[in-house]
Design a protein around this ligand. Structure first.
Ligand code: SF4
Length: 689
């Protein structure tokens, strides 16, 4: 038994699901995963995890894993060697670049992959192919939140740490469902609310678990958050409850901002949002009474035509009440994927080098040109949305995508699929033969986190290392090695031996990460950016200065954008989002038996009223139809949704039930984030059960 024990390995890893960033030891024997053991040293979660972190790893050994490169000939895929695949990629990309120019190429990075891999993807696009056409899936979720924070306080990340949520006197959650989407973060709020008298307000269409626990649940009409947020802000100012000292010392633009609030009276807000006046006043009172307010928000805010403006309104409210720069205050946009924060931080964005350094800035660009030894384009590239349009318009001819199920995750899936079909050449790199891979010309087998090393950055700007547990399965390779192989085939001379070499280069070029080294991230050690040269990190932003040249925050007036209007026949409002058990599109969690046993497929939540009106029973099969597509899904009757508002989890086991066949190409005006949350559908009954 001593020998048996010797074969048992214990390795520190970081959860590969949500943006909370739990870390734990994973016990393995050969390729067998024995258990997940959380440890008190884990900086975010200590000894907690959720069902996904604890039981969600079986996908790594799934028989569906890709183990060899695949090349398409006509309608079939054939196994190929790496040599053949790389030869084909180099030949095709070179030819397309020569014929149509570098901006005919587009690159999609991955919020599931590491900081180092994202760094290499943007370096590949920029320095090897000469284009800034590179983006990641924060375009689908959190770009509007980042924009709202850039406008007002300067850094696009949570202003404080997850632990500090426990000491806020009031938590306001807008358009988010952390009990299911960010479970371990939610437990901290649940605890503080239950044990320490913390107050909780939840604004959401759905009476989700947090809303059920809340002291006050606001149920606004869809797409009206900006109005009630502005009305509450105005009411606070009208009562003289603003933090005058904070505003005088630390904030610009107050007079103009106050003027911009003029239209947002309680009467107007009550009429437009449907929230009773008494609840608006109660919200303002609770904010006024609390010493320390944190506002958490997610896709219920961002995925609208006015998503950036509503995010800005949240930050404005925090500024006028002095709720920045102290523990237990601040802005917490909740990042979805494990590394959606890091993918953006490390530069897979069309206008920014790593660390949000502008590609248009000559001085910054010159620094990258010197470091990378090649001239770089100063023209900001296409974002995801513009890439899809660019393909339809014939401007984009080839795409290289890794670790992103764009075929299900982007809105208006039929439109996206049609674009994929028009590509002259499409490279998809993934651990599974995804829906997106079905459209590819070459499919490259990648390795999941347990088969490589790297770092992830969680929602509170925390970089954490994880270590290799298994050898890559079959001929799969870590994404960073594949990206490097393509670069070197194209004539680059990249010599990274280990992800730590990539991080060293990124840190040298990026003030935000100046002091980030692998040594400082050893084991359970972690760093929250910005990290100074000497390794001092930042748990709490804005204690002294906001991230603007004069150190002051900026109040930023915004206007209401009404939601898209559809013909009357589309009479049900379709909301969508996450589920506790499954993650995102479901490619990983539907390959875990335990989870799939618990939740075998997706479903549509409908209200009791709607069930009665349409004579539907639990389990009925319905067809949902929007102007953009149709799906078939089974009904679950619940009190979480009301009236004609329905809710569809975004994960999908069957092609035919993916929510994004229904969503449109409308988007947030400032960032092109799809307005996933602005959709109405009509329902046909197939079996009433
Ligand atoms: Fe993983 Fe998020 Fe669950 Fe933590 S809360 S275990 S990071 S999915």
């Amino acid at each position: 038994s001593a020998m048996r024990k010797a074969r048992i390995k214990r390795t520190k890893t970081v959860c590969t699901y949500c943006g909370v960033g739990c870390s734990f030891d994973i016990w393995t024997k050969d390729r067998q995963i024995l258990k997940i053991e959380p440890t008190p040293e884990a900086p975010v979660n200590g000894i907690s995890t959720c069902i996904k972190g604890k039981f969600g790893w079986q996908f790594v050994n799934s028989k569906d894993r890709l183990t060899k490169p695949l090349i398409r000939r006509d309608d079939l895929f054939y196994e190929a060697t790496w040599e053949e695949a790389l030869d084909l990629i180099t030949t095709k990309l070179t030819a397309i670049k020569e014929q149509h120019g570098p901006d005919a190429l587009a690159f999609i990075a991955s919020s599931k992959c590491t900081n180092e891999e994202n760094y290499l993807m943007q370096k590949l696009a920029r320095s090897v192919f000469g284009t800034n056409n590179v983006d990641n899936c924060s375009r689908y979720c959190q770009s509007p939140a980042t924009t709202g924070l850039f406008r007002t306080v300067g850094y696009g990340g949570d202003s404080g740490s997850i632990h500090d949520l426990e000491i806020a006197e009031l938590i306001l959650i807008v358009g988010a469902n952390p009990a299911e989407s960010h479970p371990v973060l939610a437990t901290k709020i649940k605890r503080a609310h239950k044990l320490f008298g913390q107050k909780l307000i939840v604004a959401d269409l759905r009476k989700n678990e947090m809303a059920k626990r809340a002291d006050l649940h606001l149920h606004p009409n869809p797409s009206t958050d900006l109005i009630w947020l502005s009305a509450v802000t105005k009411y606070i100012i009208d009562n003289g409850w603003e933090d005058r000292e904070f505003i005088a010392k630390r904030v610009n633009g107050y007079a103009e901002f106050v003027e911009s609030l003029e239209p947002y009276t309680l009467d107007y807000a009550e009429k437009m949002t449907g929230i009773p006046r008494s609840q608006l006043i109660q919200t303002a009172n609770m904010i006024h009474a609390a010493n320390g307010v944190c506002i958490l928000w997610a896709m219920g805010v961002t995925q609208h035509c006015g998503g950036s403006d509503t995010s800005t309104a949240i930050s404005n409210l925090l500024l006028i009440t002095g709720n920045y720069g102290k523990k237990g205050t601040g802005a917490y946009p909740l990042r979805g994927h494990n590394n959606v924060q890091g993918a953006s931080d490390f530069g897979t964005m069309p206008a920014w080098f790593p660390g949000y350094q502008e590609v248009q800035n000559d001085e910054i660009r010159a620094r990258f040109e010197r470091a990378w030894g090649t001239p770089l384009s100063k023209v900001p590239g296409y974002d995801n949305h513009q890439m899809v349009d660019g393909i339809h318009e014939g401007k984009v001819k080839a795409m290289y995508l890794f670790g992103e199920e764009m075929a299900f995750v982007d809105s208006n899936a039929n439109h996206v699929h049609a674009a994929f079909e028009k590509l002259e050449f499409f490279i998809v790199q993934d651990i599974f033969f995804s829906k997106t891979a079905q459209f590819a010309d070459v499919v490259l087998p990648a390795s999941p986190s347990l088969e490589k090393e790297g770092t992830f950055t969680n929602t509170e700007r925390r970089l954490q290392r994880f270590y290799q547990v298994f050898e890559p399965l079959g001929e799969s390779k870590p994404d960073w090695q594949i990206i490097m192989a393509i670069a070197n085939r194209m004539g680059a001379n990249w010599t990274y031996q280990h992800p730590s070499d990539i991080m060293a280069e990124a840190a040298k070029l990026t003030p935000l990460f100046a002091g980030v080294t692998y040594e400082r991230l050893e084991g359970y050690d972690s760093l929250q950016w910005p990290v100074a040269q000497d390794g001092t990190d930042t748990k709490l932003l804005y204690t002294e200065r906001f991230h603007f040249p004069d150190g002051k925050a900026q109040l930023y007036p915004v206007e209401y954008t009404p939601p898209i209007e559809l013909a009357e026949e589309y009479d049900l409002h379709l909301n969508n989002g996450r589920l506790l058990e499954h993650f995102h599109e479901g490619n990983m969690t539907y390959r875990v038996d335990g989870i799939t046993h618990k939740v075998p497929s997706t479903f549509i939540e409908i209200s009791k009223e709607l069930a009665r009106a349409r004579e539907l029973k639990d389990g009925a099969l319905v067809r949902l139809i929007s102007p953009y597509g149709r799906i078939e899904v089974r009904v679950a009757i619940t009190d979480r949704v009301a009236g004609k508002e329905i809710y569809l989890p975004m994960n999908t086991r069957e092609d035919a039930e993916a929510v994004n066949y229904l969503t449109s190409s409308y988007h947030d005006l400032a960032t092109h984030t799809p307005a996933y949350k602005e959709m109405s559908v009509r329902m046909e009954i197939l079996e009433s059960a």
